[in-house]
Design a protein around this ligand. Structure first.
Ligand code: GRG
Length: 266
């Protein structure tokens, strides 16, 4: 089995260890509904791949990756709500609010977001991180998820912001930046913050552009097929090059994840 598949299995197991059945049962079920569906797990995989390539502890990286995956799934639950995208289906199944009702879906999103920070701030959860590194990790993930990141980007989108790049940088790329930076923090490489943030940003922009090309909206609408494919190719080349420079001979899994995203449109 390749390393990405092994990590994916460990991420699946850890998610189930971290979010165990608890009361109120209906809230737990609504929290677990998206989280335990088979997703790509690209965010935790990136976190582990970065940490592993920089010599960090894989178990600690898996824990952080799972917290980020909880935040990602909270954002999907809220994004699907009638007040936002009003989607009845996600991953081919009824969306969270269609299954559990709107109020419970709002609460499930709230609880997943809070739970991510609860677990990262729990004493003893990380085996190799100093208290200062834990604070830096929590702060980074909070900033990238909140008003300066994903939630801010969603607000700009809903408000009709026309600068798509600005919306995507916040709404989509910020959480990918958090994955790369977190992998660095787990590896005690706070000095690489800026470089990791930049690679994460490019990864997020490629991820969103590929999604736009597949859905024929967003940048695809703005640029048309030829120019959006060219832009995707440019981003792909730049990202692969940067990953090679930053992670050197230990960049294979990160490059495989970049390929996985880009290959969806090639
Ligand atoms: C509601 C606070 C709030 C934020 C919403 C949903 C969202 C922010 C941003 C999503 C941006 C994004 C990544 C758009 C691309 C669309 C898409 C396919 C998202 C799903 O992410 P994947 O593909 O999902 O990683 P899986 O199913 O693999 O987990």
């Amino acid at each position: 089995m390749d390393r990405l598949s092994l990590w994916k299995d460990r991420i699946e197991d850890r998610l189930r260890e971290l979010l165990v059945p608890q009361q109120p049962q209906e809230l737990f079920e609504a929290m677990a509904y998206y989280l335990f569906q088979p997703g790509k797990r690209v965010r935790p995989l990136l976190t582990v791949a970065v940490a592993s390539s920089l010599g960090g502890d894989e178990e600690d990286a898996i824990t952080v990756g799972c917290a980020i995956e909880m935040i990602h799934n909270y954002s999907l639950i809220h994004d699907d709500l009638p007040a936002m995208d009003n989607d009845d289906f996600r991953r081919g199944l009824p969306s969270c609010h269609r299954k559990f009702g709107e109020a419970m879906a709002v609460l499930a999103g709230d609880a997943l977001l809070t739970y991510a920070f609860e677990l990262m701030s729990k004493e003893g959860v990380f085996r190799t991180l100093s208290p200062e590194e834990v604070v830096k990790l929590i702060n980074t993930i909070a900033v990238k998820s909140g008003i300066g990141g994903m939630v801010g980007g969603q607000a700009l989108d809903i408000g009709g912001e026309e600068n798509l790049e600005e919306v995507n940088l916040k709404k989509t790329a910020a959480l990918f930046e958090a994955c790369f930076i977190s992998g660095g923090i787990v590896s005690h490489r706070g000095d690489l913050f800026k470089e990791l943030e930049e690679v994460g940003r490019e990864f997020g922009l490629l991820f969103q552009l590929v999604d736009d090309i597949l859905d024929r909206d967003g940048f695809y609408d703005l640029l048309g097929e030829e120019r959006s494919m060219l832009k995707a190719e440019e981003l792909y080349r730049s990202l692969t090059h940067r990953a090679g420079v930053l992670f050197e001979e230990r960049s294979q899994e990160i490059k495989n994840l970049i390929d996985m995203v880009y290959n969806r449109v090639t």
